[in-house]
Every structure is written in C-alpha cells, then in structure tokens.
Design a protein around this ligand. Structure first.
Ligand SMILES: Nc1ncnc2c1ncn2[C@@H]1O[C@H](COP(=O)(O)OP(=O)(O)OP(=O)(O)O)[C@@H](O)[C@H]1O
Length: 823
C-alpha cells in the first residue's frame, strides 16, 4: 500500500523543460511571467517554526509534490496555448473556451506555489484512495495528481475529529490525515494529524525488516506523534508563529474543528457566534462565505458572493479584511460599514456626515440624569418594534389620504378569441382601503419589505382590477399594467408621497404625541416614555472634527445625520419604497448577510436585515466584551437571535484565542474579567509562548514620544516589522507619528476611516485598531489617565488595545501602570 502515497516520479525534468521551451517559443509575442514568479499566496517573510523535515515519508511526499507541480504546470501551458489547439469548435464557442482556459490557467498559476496543504488516505467500500486537499481543485485526467476542494464534504474530514462517515450505503473510513507544509513549491515539513492504529504502513511509518536503529526510532517517534493526535496542535502553532502580513490571511490549511463546525453550519438558519478577541471570528466569517459559495452546493443553498453582503465596523478594517477575498474565491463580495450601507439604502451616500452625539454626551460632562435619558432613548430607538411604530405612524396618514380617493377607468382587454372589449372598472374608497389593508398586512409580516408598500399596493391594485374585470389570466394582468401604468403610479403617489425618509424620521422623532400613539401597545411602556422624553442630544454640539470623522469632505458644505436616526429613516424607506440589494430596476433579497463586530448593531437593524435577506441567511460574529456602543447595540445575543427569527439560546461560542501569545492572552483575559458577562465569554490562550509583556514607564519630564520610540525600536529589534502604536484618541495621532519619525522610527498615522494600513509602524487610535492585528502592539497611555478604571467603555477599549499584538506587547505608562495591567 505504500505506493499509494509514493507515486513514481513519472515526469523527467528534461521532458518538462523541453515542453516549456517549445510552448514559449511558439508564443514569443505574449508577455510571459516565469513560472517561478507566479503565485499570489501570502507567504510571510518570517517563519519562526516549521513542521518536521525528519518525517520518514518526507522523500515520498516530495516526489508526489513534484509530480503534482509538473502536471499542473503542463496543464497551465496547455491552457495558455489554447490558440493552437484544435477544439473542433465554431468561432464563438472557441472564443469562450479560450477565455475559460485563460481564467483557469490564471487560477492554477496562483495555486502552483502551494498546490495542496493536506493529504488523506480514506477507505470506502474496501477501496483505498489518497486525496490531496487544496484551496482550488485541480483535475488530472491521469488521476494521480488531482486535488480536492477543501470545502467538499470529504474535505471536512480533514478538519474535524470524525474518522468514519456514510456515503450512501457504504461506510467510509479515514486511515490517515496529514498536513503538508508547502511553500514556493517546496515541501517544508509534514505532520500527521491522525493515523488509524495499525495503519502505519500506509503512512510510511511501519518499520521495515532490517531497518537501522535510527530509522526504526524515527519511524516509531513519528508514529507515536501521529497516534497521539498532537499533530494538529503542532501545525497550528507553526502557523501562528508566523509574522503578521499587514492584511487578513486565509486559514484554510489550519481551520480548527470548533471553527469548521461554524463555517459549515446550515446556511439558512441564523447563526450567532460569540468569541473573544483573536478567536478567529472574522476569519471564520469569510471562510463561511467561501464555503456557502462552493459551486458543488445545492442551488438553493449556494450563495453568489456579489449578491451577498458583509458589514464591518470601519473602513480601515474592511480594507484590511478585503485582502482575503481573492484567495478565498470571493471577489465581488461587498464589504461595507453599517452606516455606509444605511446611507446607500437611503440614497444619501456622500451627502451627509454620520455623527454619534450619544457617545459624545456619554463621554462628556453632562449630568447623570441626562446620560441615563440619552442611553434609554438610544435603546428605544433601536428596538426591533420601531419598524412597526413607524409603519403605524405612516399608516394613519396614508389612510386619511385614501379616504378621499376613488378610481374609475376604461380598459381594453382581449377575450380568449382575441376580440378587444372595453370594460369600465371602478374601485370605491372601501375597495381601495381593503387593498391598502392587505398591503399593510404583508408589510407587517416582512413579506413586502423588499418592494415597499407603494409597489405592493400597485401590484395589489392590479389584482383587484382584474377581479373587477372578471379576469384572472396573465395576459390580462400584463394589459392592465401596461395601460394603467401612469394612472396607477399617480394614484399611489397621492397616497404614499412623503418627504425624504430621513426628514420623515426626524419629524416623527420630534413629535411625542404622534410617537406615543404609534408606539402604544407595541413598545414596552418604559421605552415609550424614553422615546417621548425631551431629547438630551439637542444640546450636543456637532464639531467640525466630528463632521470630518463622520465622512464630511473638506471644502464641501454638508449636513449631518445622527447614527441613531439612520435605522429609523431606514424603517420609513422599508415601509414606503422598500430596501434590499439594488438591481437595475427595484430591489431583491441578499443571498446571505454576514456581520462582524455584531454586538454593535441594534435589534432593529437585525430585523431590517432579516427582512431583506433570504430566509435565515444571516451570520453574526461578535464579542460582547468588545462592544463599545452598548447604547446602540444588542444587550445580549438572544435579542439578535429573536430579531432575526432565530432560535433564542442557540448562540455558539468560540473560546480559544489564536492571535496572541499566552503572555498577551492571559493579560487581556484579566482586563476582560473586569466586566465580562460570564466564564464562557473569557478568552482561553493557546499554548504558544512569546516574550513577556513589557511595562515601560515614562518618567516625569521625559517625552512620551521618545519613550514610545524606544519601545518600538525594542520590538523591532526582536524582528517584528508590523507594529501598532495604539493611542486612546484620534486627535494628535499624526503629530505623534511625526515625533516618532524625528526619533528615527519610520511611522505613519491612521487617524480617521480614510486611513489604510499598509504594513510597518503605524500610530492608530484604539477604536480604529479594532479587528486589525500586528506583530507587536505598543499601547501608549496604559494607565488610568488613558483608561479610567470605573468607566466600562474605557475598559472595553483597553481590552481592544491589548489584544492587537500577535507576538509582543509593550505598555507605555505615565505614573503607575493601569491596575488591570499590573504584572
Ligand atoms: N485556525 C486558525 N489557524 C491559523 N490562524 C488562525 C486560526 N484561527 C484564527 N487564526 C489567526 O488568529 C488571528 C485572529 O483571527 P481573527 O482576526 O479572525 O479573530 P477575531 O476573533 O475576529 O479577532 P477580533 O475580535 O480581535 O477582531 C488571525 O491572525 C488569524 O489568522
């Protein structure tokens, strides 16, 4: 059976070289990228650890890799040379085949550096098969060098702990799971994740008769490691010890069982994942999208990335994460902030800046009562039932307008013999009211949210007119729609015309009498009171800096909108003209919506998203400990589940934190424990040791910039290139970076959402560092003057700050270090 893993090297190097040369000569005019330079895999420069070179099967695996690379290379050359192949197709078909061929060649070229990352030996129906698992599948007609997509059902066996499965009537069994660390087409190491006891010969681990003592010992050690199952942990540790790359990376080769279960969870039931910082939430979200988009899935389950949506808290993070789209085959998947999505839905992108007056008020010196009112009002405005409140408030107006209307017109309809006949149809105010009532009912059930009341009402009117004309066929519907298009539009305009959704929402929010009537019986009485109370935000001044941070463009007069007003404005739009994925005409549902940092969205936002997404197709990833907008986010995950129609109590948990060393993870667990909701919210470190956390005092009289510059140089001296200098506030980040440059540290700054991280040393405010990661983090102001001990908001920010570094963390403090960060 050994041959299964050790195919003979069938392609001599010289043969391959000849083929390359021949093809190249033929295509001399086409610019060529040498095979050696191809590949887009994100291979980090620094690799602290690698898997074992000394595995007894290393040579055979190297031979298999070589065979695979050569077969793939040959295929690429053939695809690129499609001009010269006689496919027997006509011109048009030939052209399409050429495009397909080029696309496949481009994709395979990218995979050439790492054609696969794992190998499995499986037995099914008595037949033993060897599989190579890859990010992108390759088909070798010869069979030997094909690779299998990681997302396939059999691929799952590589990630989870299962060793048997059912395939129809047959029982499948896994004999070996093996990780192969391949970089730049070279095998770096092997680790066996699982070996069926007794199957040592399959993995090249059986000790042959007459083996030397060394060989026998090496095989016995490798077999013992494989049988103990510690291989998975070794592979993970090797991967985690790599340097940060300045962008998000795929984790396809090292997805952990707990993550795999979430990636492959059913696509049509709301999923909520709670996990501490660094537990892989964002990574899991994107791998889940890639899994759901896998082309072999059932059509009704499969998503089109371009028809789906990812919401991320800020544009800096969205840009950081977008680097993972291409490697996962997710090109075209939109990633936007919730605010940008809402503005786009309202047709106000680039028109207004988004400000958060509640946050200003809560962090400012307003009195306690005012802060409490602002908090309660914000919670009430984010209540999922606000959609019904808005609908009810508008309904009264629409009904009043309808009372005065009736509709009478002549229609020309052909009968079934093709004879034209003029019919007079009339809709009395009572009939019109019945049509509106039914449209409102569908709006309330969520069925009409994509189309909105206006289109639903128009469609229902046509149905009613068909009834009046005693017809129920599609031709009659078409004729009515065509003949009465303008009249029906004019009628619905008279009923539904409103100001812009934003102005309507604002007007409603300043009319306690209307609000009270509309909210009665829908919202909890305390919420109704909060909603109708005097608005403490009226006093909050919107500064130029807040406008700029909210997207205002310099030199352009722009208005602003409060972040709490947006969802209410969205309700107005949902009720009247509808929401959803924009099409050339009208809107449609999203295939799937994924939300990162999901704790910061309100129940109302989840209800709206649910109504514009395919049933159950929502995946939320968040960390209640990192929520920095408690007043406008969900209070707990059950609220989100309830708003999405999910099963309350079905929150899934990730516990392990993969990003940081044990030293960093333990310290951050200390901070989280100060306010976490319970045990299951606390991070659990993976057993990866690194440098001790450094506490760097800034003595009185010394410049903070100078001390920080020294701390940065210290981590750079350890070999870390991507370093974040994290400050509490955005103001002054640019000047701080300049001061670091004066101290010989090549630093840039990100101070608002237009900033992009491109690697190296960056000075960044903590709220924009959320979700990003670096080799090392230097937290400036790691003391009580930076993060007050009794303000939960500050502690949550402190937690975000100390969880950004993968390998090293330095805490620069003035006076004593923050009590939660003591050694
Ligand atoms: N299975 C894994 N294999 C290798 N690396 C992993 C794995 N899971 C997570 N990581 C790494 O851990 C780091 C943190 O992952 P990610 O950013 O997805 O976590 P997160 O939970 O979204 O963090 P945060 O809450 O701070 O935004 C990343 O470097 C990611 O590549």
């Amino acid at each position: 059976m050994n041959e299964l893993l050790g195919e003979v090297d069938t392609y001599a190097d010289s043969t391959l070289r000849d083929e390359h040369t021949a093809v190249r000569e033929k295509k001399s005019k086409r610019p060529q990228v040498p095979l050696a330079q191809r590949g887009g895999l994100d291979v980090p420069k620094v690799s602290a650890k690698s898997l074992g070179h000394d595995h007894p099967d290393f040579a055979r695996e190297t031979t298999h890799l070589k065979g695979t690379v050569e077969t793939m290379a040959r295929r690429i050359l053939k695809l690129e040379d499609i001009d010269h192949l006689d496919l027997g197709a006509d011109d048009d078909t030939g052209f399409v085949q050429k495009l397909d061929g080029e696309a496949e060649a481009a994709e395979l070229s990218l995979q050439l550096r790492q054609p696969y990352f794992g190998r499995m030996v499986v037995k099914i129906g008595g037949r033993v098969t060897v599989l190579s698992l890859a990010k992108y599948p390759f088909y070798d007609p010869g069979g030997q060098y094909s690779t299998t997509d990681w997302r396939s059902p059999v691929g799952q066996l590589f990630y989870n702990d299962a060793v048997t499965w059912k395939a129809g009537k047959a029982q499948g069994e896994v004999l070996l799971k093996r990780a192969t660390d391949i970089r730049d087409r070279q095998l770096q190491g092997i680790a066996d994740l699982y070996l069926k006891p007794g199957a040592e010969d399959l993995a090249g681990l059986a000790v042959p008769i007459g083996a030397s003592r060394e060989e026998a010992a090496a095989k016995a050690a490798a077999a013992a490691a494989a049988l103990s199952g510690k291989g998975r942990e070794d592979v993970l540790m090797a991967r985690l010890s790599e340097a940060a790359s300045g962008g998000m990376r795929d984790i396809v080769s090292t997805i952990q069982p707990e993550q795999d279960a979430l990636i492959r969870a059913a696509g049509r039931a709301p999923l909520v994942v709670q996990g501490p910082a660094g537990s892989g939430k964002t990574s899991v979200a994107f791998h889940r999208a890639a899994y759901l988009a896998f082309k072999d899935r059932e059509l009704h389950e499969r998503i089109d990335p371009r028809a789906s949506l990812v919401l991320m808290p800020n544009r800096v993070l969205a840009d950081f994460a977008s680097k993972v789209l291409s490697p996962l085959g997710l090109d075209g998947l939109p990633i936007v902030t919730p605010e940008a999505w809402m503005l786009d839905q309202l047709g106000q992108s680039g028109e207004v800046a988004v400000v958060d007056r509640t946050l200003n008020l809560l962090l400012g010196d307003a009195d306690r009562k005012e802060k409490q009112t602002a908090w309660l009002r914000a919670k009430a405005m984010g209540d999922a039932k606000m959609l019904d409140v808005v609908r009810r408030a508008l309904e009264a107006r629409f009904r009043e307008r309808l009372e005065r209307l009736q509709f009478k017109t002549d229609l020309v309809l052909e009968d079934d013999k093709g004879k034209a006949k003029t019919v007079t149809v009339e809709l009395t105010p009572r009939m019109l009211d019945a049509v509106l009532t039914s449209a409102l009912e569908r709006s309330a059930s969520g069925e009409a949210t994509v189309d909105g009341l206006r289109r639903t009402f128009e469609r229902d009117l046509v149905t009613r007119l068909m009834k009046a004309a005693k017809r129920d066929d599609a031709e009659a519907r078409l004729a009515i729609e065509r003949q009465l298009e303008r009249e029906l539009a004019a009628l619905s305009s008279r009923v539904f015309s409103i100001d812009t959704p934003l102005n309507e929402a604002r007007r409603l929010l300043t009319r306690p009498d209307v609000l009270r009537d509309a909210a009665k019986g829908l919202l909890d009485p305390a919420r109704v009171r909060a909603l109708c109370s005097a608005d403490p935000l009226l006093k909050v001044h919107v500064s130029t800096a807040a406008m700029k941070a909210g997207g205002a463009t310099a030199g352009r007069r722009m208005g602003w909108v409060d972040v709490l007003e947006l969802p209410v404005a969205l309700c107005v739009k949902a009720v009247t003209s509808g929401l959803g994925r924009k099409l050339a005409r009208g809107q449609d549902r999203y295939d799937h919506v994924l939300v990162d940092e999901a704790q910061d969205l309100s129940p109302l936002q989840y209800r709206l998203l649910r109504e514009v997404t395919r049933s159950g197709a929502l995946s939320l990833f968040g960390d209640a400990s990192q929520g920095i907008h408690g007043y406008r986010g969900v209070s707990n995950w059950d609220q989100a589940l309830a708003a999405m129609g999910g099963e309350v109590g079905s929150t899934r948990f990730l516990r392990r934190t993969y990003r940081s060393t044990r030293q960093i993870a333990d310290l951050s667990a200390n901070v989280a424990a100060a306010y976490a909701k319970g045990e299951s919210y606390l991070p659990e470190a993976v057993p990866r040791d690194g440098a001790n956390v450094r506490r760097v005092p800034c003595p009185p009289g010394e410049s903070l910039e100078l001390v920080t510059a020294r701390a940065v140089k210290d981590v750079q001296a350890l070999g870390f290139a991507n370093v974040a200098v994290i400050r509490r506030r955005a103001g002054g980040c640019v000047e701080f970076a300049r001061a670091l440059v004066d101290e010989d540290v090549d630093a840039t700054a990100i101070h608002d959402e237009t900033g992009r991280y491109r690697g190296g040393v960056v000075v960044v405010p903590v709220h924009l560092a959320k979700g990003l990661e670096f080799d090392a983090a230097v937290v400036v102001g790691a003391d009580e003057s930076g993060y007050a001990r009794d303000v939960e908001y500050d502690l949550r920010l402190l937690y975000v700050a100390v969880t950004r570094g993968q390998h090293a963390l330095a805490l620069v403090h003035q006076g004593v270090v923050h009590p939660l960060l003591e050694a």
